[in-house]
Unconditional design. Structure first.
Length: 103
Protein backbone atom coordinates (compact mmCIF):
# COMPACT_ATOMS: atom_id res chain seq x y z
CA UNK A 1 0.00 0.00 0.00
CA UNK A 2 1.49 3.29 -1.06
CA UNK A 3 0.57 6.31 0.98
CA UNK A 4 0.85 9.87 -0.19
CA UNK A 5 -0.42 11.54 2.95
CA UNK A 6 -1.26 10.66 6.52
CA UNK A 7 -3.59 12.90 8.46
CA UNK A 8 -4.03 12.82 12.21
CA UNK A 9 -7.08 14.20 13.91
CA UNK A 10 -6.71 14.44 17.68
CA UNK A 11 -8.79 16.03 20.39
CA UNK A 12 -7.34 19.26 21.79
CA UNK A 13 -7.85 18.07 25.35
CA UNK A 14 -4.64 18.33 27.40
CA UNK A 15 -5.75 15.97 30.16
CA UNK A 16 -4.58 12.48 29.05
CA UNK A 17 -6.31 10.75 31.96
CA UNK A 18 -9.64 12.15 30.83
CA UNK A 19 -9.28 10.20 27.57
CA UNK A 20 -10.29 6.94 29.26
CA UNK A 21 -13.83 6.15 30.25
CA UNK A 22 -14.78 4.63 33.59
CA UNK A 23 -14.40 1.11 32.13
CA UNK A 24 -10.70 1.76 31.42
CA UNK A 25 -11.17 1.79 27.64
CA UNK A 26 -10.09 4.81 25.58
CA UNK A 27 -13.04 6.98 24.72
CA UNK A 28 -13.96 7.15 21.05
CA UNK A 29 -12.81 10.06 18.93
CA UNK A 30 -9.49 10.68 20.67
CA UNK A 31 -6.18 10.33 18.81
CA UNK A 32 -7.77 8.80 15.72
CA UNK A 33 -5.40 8.38 12.76
CA UNK A 34 -6.82 8.58 9.25
CA UNK A 35 -4.84 7.08 6.36
CA UNK A 36 -5.68 8.05 2.79
CA UNK A 37 -4.33 6.01 -0.14
CA UNK A 38 -2.76 7.80 -3.06
CA UNK A 39 -5.43 8.94 -5.53
CA UNK A 40 -3.23 8.98 -8.63
CA UNK A 41 -2.25 6.04 -10.83
CA UNK A 42 -5.13 3.72 -10.03
CA UNK A 43 -6.47 1.26 -12.50
CA UNK A 44 -5.41 -1.69 -14.65
CA UNK A 45 -2.55 0.28 -16.25
CA UNK A 46 -0.51 -0.26 -13.07
CA UNK A 47 -0.20 -3.95 -13.98
CA UNK A 48 -0.23 -3.91 -17.79
CA UNK A 49 3.21 -5.39 -18.44
CA UNK A 50 3.35 -8.29 -15.97
CA UNK A 51 5.28 -11.41 -16.86
CA UNK A 52 6.20 -14.52 -14.91
CA UNK A 53 9.93 -14.68 -14.33
CA UNK A 54 10.16 -17.43 -11.73
CA UNK A 55 7.54 -19.65 -10.12
CA UNK A 56 7.56 -20.92 -6.53
CA UNK A 57 5.69 -24.23 -6.42
CA UNK A 58 4.22 -25.92 -3.35
CA UNK A 59 6.59 -24.37 -0.85
CA UNK A 60 3.95 -22.80 1.40
CA UNK A 61 0.89 -24.69 2.55
CA UNK A 62 -2.03 -22.32 2.39
CA UNK A 63 -2.07 -18.70 1.34
CA UNK A 64 0.99 -16.45 1.05
CA UNK A 65 0.16 -13.29 3.00
CA UNK A 66 3.28 -11.17 2.58
CA UNK A 67 6.07 -10.80 0.00
CA UNK A 68 9.01 -8.40 0.41
CA UNK A 69 12.10 -7.87 -1.71
CA UNK A 70 15.52 -6.92 -0.36
CA UNK A 71 16.94 -3.51 -1.21
CA UNK A 72 19.48 -5.12 -3.55
CA UNK A 73 16.74 -7.08 -5.34
CA UNK A 74 18.55 -10.41 -5.01
CA UNK A 75 16.44 -11.82 -2.18
CA UNK A 76 12.73 -12.18 -1.55
CA UNK A 77 11.01 -13.15 1.70
CA UNK A 78 7.55 -14.73 1.84
CA UNK A 79 5.32 -15.43 4.83
CA UNK A 80 2.02 -17.21 4.88
CA UNK A 81 -0.73 -19.15 6.51
CA UNK A 82 1.67 -21.97 7.42
CA UNK A 83 3.47 -19.61 9.88
CA UNK A 84 6.75 -19.97 7.99
CA UNK A 85 9.03 -17.24 6.67
CA UNK A 86 11.00 -18.33 3.64
CA UNK A 87 13.88 -16.41 2.05
CA UNK A 88 14.36 -16.91 -1.68
CA UNK A 89 17.30 -16.14 -3.94
CA UNK A 90 16.50 -14.88 -7.43
CA UNK A 91 17.58 -17.44 -10.01
CA UNK A 92 19.79 -14.88 -11.76
CA UNK A 93 21.76 -14.30 -8.50
CA UNK A 94 22.04 -17.90 -7.26
CA UNK A 95 25.67 -18.23 -8.38
CA UNK A 96 26.61 -15.17 -6.27
CA UNK A 97 25.18 -16.70 -3.08
CA UNK A 98 26.64 -20.14 -3.75
CA UNK A 99 30.09 -18.53 -4.03
CA UNK A 100 29.52 -16.71 -0.72
CA UNK A 101 28.56 -19.99 0.97
CA UNK A 102 31.84 -21.61 -0.13
CA UNK A 103 33.97 -18.89 1.47
Amino acid sequence: LLLSSISTKADDSSDSEAEQSESGQPSSGHNTTFVRPRKAKKGPFDFEHLRMVQELNNEHTGAVWCVRFSVCGRLMATAGQDNMIRVWVARSHLKYFLQMRER
